[in-house]
Design a protein around this ligand. Structure first.
Ligand SMILES: C[S@@+](CC[C@H](N)C(=O)[O-])C[C@H]1O[C@@H](n2cnc3c(N)ncnc32)[C@H](O)[C@@H]1O
Length: 176
């Protein structure tokens, strides 16, 4: 599965996970929306949750980009408003997952780009690729440990509704 990043460049370049992943040839950076290829866009504002049904790249059967693409927007959370995600392809939000990176440790939903790709890859059944991505970060294994159970359960879901139902259990537990 190809991993693409619309790189905004408004965050600290020293801490930017997308830049680090690009240095290891794990992702391709693009400096405009036009230059960014169509794929499943990881968008926290999206109406629909990512599910294993998106494994074909979010395209109708027979029209999937081979081998499928995931796209993230790497920007600061201050500028990550709905309008910033004008990128081509079906938009999907990641379900309840907790950040493990030192900047946002323990915060649900607010993942960095490496965590977002890794979470998506696990849900889409590509756990080994997720582990490879996270191996470039000292905190990487912690993301998989913290989210072990939800990631396994989301990956067993048939579709987005089932993912949302599982997510509901974690949200209820947090609110207790
Ligand atoms: C806002 S940027 C912050 C990147 C950070 N500067 C870094 O160094 O990784 C994180 C990106 O990961 C993806 N992402 C993070 N959390 C997400 C969620 N809950 N649902 C969907 N995508 C998410 C989005 O593409 C989002 O724009």
């Amino acid at each position: 599965m190809e991993l693409h990043v619309r790189y905004e460049g408004d965050d600290d370049p020293e801490k930017c996970t997308a830049r680090r992943l690009a240095r290891f040839d794990e992702v391709t950076l693009h400096d405009s929306a036009r230059a960014t290829p169509r794929g499943v866009v990881l968008d926290p504002h999206a109406e629909q949750a990512l599910s294993p049904a998106d494994a074909a790249g979010g395209e109708p059967a027979g029209e999937a980009p081979d081998p499928g693409r995931l796209v993230a927007l790497d920007c600061s959370w201050e500028t990550a408003e709905r309008e910033a995600f004008r990128l081509d392809g079906p938009h999907r939000a990641l379900p309840f997952l907790v950040a493990a990176n030192p900047v946002n440790y323990g915060t649900p939903f607010q993942l960095n780009t490496a965590e977002a790709f890794a979470g998506a890859l696990c849900i889409l059944g590509r756990r080994e690729r997720a582990e490879a991505l996270l191996s470039h970060f000292s905190w990487g294994h912690t993301f998989l440990e913290l989210n072990e159970e939800p990631l396994r359960r989301y990956a067993d879901c048939a579709d987005s509704s089932a993912v949302v139902a599982v997510q509901g259990e974690y949200l209820a537990a947090v609110e207790e």
